[in-house]
Write a new protein. Structure first.
Length: 462
């Protein structure tokens, strides 16, 4: 890890260092659990069709989960971070922010472990988002008496819509794809469950290997970013000066200062009154970055002040309802602000990739059995497995392009249900009802868990 990280750690008290280590352990633990909770989404088809034995299947899945995290981008991570309102992110360097992060982490781990033990394929995305909502609402209720102000509801709406429609897309698309496959390929063996000792045709084997790898890669790219988002929230809470600004890119301080100057000039032309409001945020940025090329030249305390000013500017831009034309004009300059504060340290990416990749190789059996044997009345066929996983991988990668977190579990499970319907295999409604109940309960349960943990933690603070 970078020297600046070690320096930031030394500024913490002994108790804070222990708390940070525990939070880091829980954060990587959440991603590890996410790995073995969601492994079944990728390996079920290759195992139940005889394409691969369980051990090489989970090793393959773990490898592609690892690669997905490393090259999958970071936009979804900041979607997670921005679920909390700007005010809370600005002020979260306090002990309250640390309790907030620990509460949402523990709530996510508790619910994911419990549902895994019961063999229920629920959504880690729902769990995480519910946990964030819970701590945001509890914090706002305790500080202002208004629970609804504690969450960025416009962001929640976008994320919630993606989580809601993705299973519908999974069911419908997989059903249609299997129908199209039946028209194109007449071999009846593709549509019957393989018997003992049966091996898939060579071309189907390669298709299933490709879809297993694709779902694993897509899962890593999307779910890995959720783990990054958790750790970024933790860094904001514990090490605000370390995670204030990106100190590793040359000329970023200069480009950020120039952006602040240009934005001020643009808004001044439109409305001097609005310019006066935003200049309260922009002028400190301009002054503190005067003559600086990189953020490493800025004193650590001032780095946090620059970050606070950028968040304050973002908040005021929304509140002032600036015209669409002006927003479009300042947007290129706002991107420099985003690059200054929205970055993921390399050690976070590698750590999350390892946690998710290793977790993928463990504990998969409980969920595999549910998906392969208990959704439909017959076991998976070659064509069903391929169709469901093609749809799952494509849906997740499309969601990545829109910076939205979606549930691999929801998409894959609904896709398999769609193929069972299309193949007239029948559905086990008892299992589907249990899964649906778990899906429905995940969000409120996570909200209650994290809110209770946060309230208890705040009460116990001396």
């Amino acid at each position: 890890m970078e020297a600046t990280f070690r320096e930031a750690l030394t500024q913490l008290s002994w108790g804070q260092q222990v708390g940070f280590a525990f939070a880091l352990f829980v954060a990587f633990g959440f991603e590890f659990i996410n790995g073995f909770h969601d492994t079944a989404n990728a390996v079920t088809t290759v195992i139940y069709t005889g394409t691969l034995k369980p051990t090489p299947a989970v090793l393959l899945s773990g490898l592609f989960n690892f690669l997905g995290v490393l090259v999958g981008g970071t936009a979804v991570a900041f979607t997670i971070v921005n679920l909390l309102p700007v005010d809370l992110l600005i002020d979260s360097s306090s002990l309250r922010g640390i309790v907030m992060v620990l509460s949402l982490l523990l709530a996510g781990v508790i619910w994911n472990l419990g549902t895994w033990w019961m063999g229920l394929p629920v959504s880690s995305s729902h769990t995480l988002i519910g946990s964030i909502i819970g701590v945001g609402m509890a914090n706002s209720l305790m500080t202002s008496g208004n629970a609804l102000a504690g969450v960025n509801w416009s962001q929640i709406q976008n994320v919630g819509l993606a989580l809601l429609i993705s299973p519908i897309i999974g069911f419908t698309s997989a059903m249609l794809l299997l129908w199209a496959t039946k028209r194109a390929f007449k071999n009846p063996n593709l549509y019957h469950p393989p018997g003992d000792g049966d091996e898939p045709p060579k071309w189907i084997r390669w298709v299933l290997l490709a879809t297993c790898s694709g779902v694993s890669f897509a899962h890593g790219s999307n779910d890995g970013q959720k783990g990054m988002g958790l750790i970024l929230l933790m860094l904001i809470g514990f090490l605000p000066t370390y995670y204030a600004l990106d100190v590793h890119h040359a000329d970023l301080a200069k480009s950020t200062r120039d952006a602040a100057v240009h934005i001020s000039e643009i808004i001044e032309k439109e409305d001097p009154h609005r310019a006066e409001i935003v200049n309260a945020d922009l002028v400190p940025i301009i002054e503190m970055l005067e003559g600086k090329s990189t953020f490493s030249e800025v004193a650590p305390v001032k780095r946090w002040k620059v970050r606070q000013a950028i968040y304050g500017f973002r908040k005021h831009v929304v509140e002032m309802q600036i015209s669409a034309r002006t927003l479009q004009e300042i947007e290129p300059h706002r991107q420099h602000f985003a690059r200054a504060i929205e970055f993921v340290p390399l050690w976070v990416k590698v750590g999350v990739a390892l946690a998710l990749g290793v977790g993928t190789m463990i504990g998969y059996k409980r969920i595999v059995v549910t998906i392969a044997e208990k959704i439909g009345k017959t076991h998976l066929t070659y064509a069903q497995g391929a169709a469901a996983e093609v749809v799952a991988a494509a849906t997740i990668l499309v969601a990545d392009s829109f910076h939205l977190p979606v549930s691999t579990t929801h998409v894959l499970s609904s896709g398999i249900a769609g193929t069972m319907y299309a193949n007239r295999s029948g559905l086990q409604w008892g299992t589907l009802n249990r899964i649906a109940l778990a899906w429905v309960l995940t969000l409120p349960a996570a909200v209650m868990l994290s809110g209770t943990l946060f309230s208890t933690g705040i009460f116990l603070i001396p």
